[in-house]
Ligand binder design. Structure first.
Ligand code: LMR
Length: 438
């Protein structure tokens, strides 16, 4: 049975419009019961229930105006369950906090339920979701939170919603930055870079101020590479290495096309790199990719197809999808965010790698420094990654990589006012397009 106390957003100020839904469970071997609540969370009066493995906090209730007097677990819902009685929970890991922007949007609507189910971080990983929306989307966000509650996910311990990144990113260990403005009619690309860049500059500052010092940030909102660059430049106290631009969707698209052409299931396709920008200059690398462990070029002998059809198909897949759907990819983007996270929290299979857009400083390939560029990476499963050195280049691949690099350098010059590097000069190449723009 669920009990919900609901306070409408209209009664709250911006700073105080941070809602919390704490979930608690009283379970026996035969039944699970949950109580839930929406409560406003302000910086001076917080309600929080957290669960650590093998440790149940003594229930306490704190109503205080002094933020220093916070306790680990407080609020009425801490009184409603006896965690010590929860055999299942005693084997759970320490709860992680995941902040998601654009949380009322379509991509998040697919993603949040995967996060809450344990599909992403594992079946023993309790999770707190902190959802960032806008003043316009706050009601929809309440709906999202309600649906999460109604889904009765045992691992989902807290849901907070709000419109202030300084509150929603508090202690975030993962920040999934999905929210961005789409390019409107008549808008110049420079205008899009500026509008979205301002959002990511502010969110970088907020992460810098309140997130975990080792937060991993995945930027999804377009143009995601340059948004990630802006974000990391505004978060100097967080390692630049921790910022990613999502190019996993492009990798997945490339794998699918190679599998289709070779007539194999897509799990037979490995070592696929997307180099560069998440744009129509991205380079899906068929030189280093493998099918059934063999170089793609030994399996697909049609070089013209690889260089022209395959490459363009992957570069423009987002646009074709928009034509069919009437809106941007959402479900497959959410799946690729899951893939991107899982690639960082599980060891990369021997001999394989994955693509992600990361900061180029120190890269072994000779790609320009100080941009966010998609490259091949491996992870030990600790959230960190290293760049793969065992890749080869030919003229075709290198020339295209350089084109994407040029595009990103131009984007960077165009947002200099947002990265603290002076006056912006916008000389974007004419073919600078997002995958969704045809
Ligand atoms: C996609 O790749 O599907 C999106 O990034 C498309 C877009 O340009 O919004």
């Amino acid at each position: 049975m669920a009990v919900a106390e609901f306070i409408p957003s209209s009664s709250l100020t911006k700073k105080a419009s941070f809602y919390s839904s704490q979930l608690s469970y009283v379970s026996t071997k035969i039944s699970h019961q949950r109580r839930l609540s929406f409560k406003p969370l302000s910086r001076t009066s917080q309600i929080c229930c957290s669960v650590t493995s093998k440790e149940a906090q003594a229930p306490t209730v704190v109503q205080t105006d002094d933020p220093k007097k916070k306790s680990e677990c407080y609020g009425v819902f801490c009184l409603t369950y006896d965690l010590k009685a929860e055999e299942e929970m005693s084997s759970w890991k320490k709860m992680i906090t995941v902040s998601v922007s654009g949380a009322a949007g379509m991509i998040a609507n697919h993603l949040l339920f995967k996060l809450a189910s344990g599909e992403v971080f594992g079946p023993d990983q309790p999770i707190a979701l902190r959802l960032l929306g806008s003043e316009r989307s706050i009601q929809a966000l309440e709906g999202v939170a309600m649906e999460l509650e109604d889904s009765l996910y045992p691992l989902l311990r807290e849901v907070n919603i709000g419109i202030d990144p300084y509150e929603v990113f508090q202690d975030a260990e993962w920040a999934l930055l999905i929210g961005a403005k789409p390019r409107g009619p008549g808008m110049e690309r420079a205008g899009l870079l500026d509008i979205n860049g301002q959002i990511f500059a502010e969110q970088g500052k907020a992460l810098n101020a309140v997130a975990s010092r080792n937060v991993k940030v995945i930027v999804v909102g377009n143009p995601c590479n340059t948004n990630a660059l802006i974000c990391l430049k505004n978060a100097p106290n967080i390692p630049a290495k921790n910022f990613h631009a999502l190019t996993r969707l492009d990798e997945n698209r490339a794998k699918c096309q190679l599998a289709l052409k070779a007539g194999v299931f897509y799990d037979k396709v490995s070592n696929v790199t997307i180099w560069g920008n998440h744009s129509t200059t991205q380079v899906p690398d068929f030189l280093n990719a493998k099918i059934n462990g063999l170089p793609v070029k030994e399996v697909i002998k049609d070089t013209k197809w690889l260089e022209e059809e395959f490459t363009v198909k992957v570069q423009k897949r987002g646009g074709v999808l928009i034509q069919k759907w009437g809106r941007s990819s959402a479900a497959s983007t959410a799946v690729s965010i899951v893939d991107a996270i899982r690639s960082l929290v599980t060891p990369t299979p021997e001999g394989d790698w994955f693509s992600t857009g990361v900061y180029t400083n120190g890269n072994p390939y000779g790609i320009a420094e100080d941009i966010v560029f998609s490259m091949p990476c491996r992870s030990k499963g600790d959230g960190d990654y290293e760049l793969v050195k065992e890749v080869i280049f030919d003229d075709y691949l290198w020339n295209r990589i350089k084109k994407s690099e040029d595009e990103l350098l131009a984007e960077k010059r165009c947002v200099a006012h947002l990265t603290g590097e002076g006056i912006a000069v916008c000389d974007l190449p004419g073919d600078t397009m997002l995958p969704g723009e045809m």
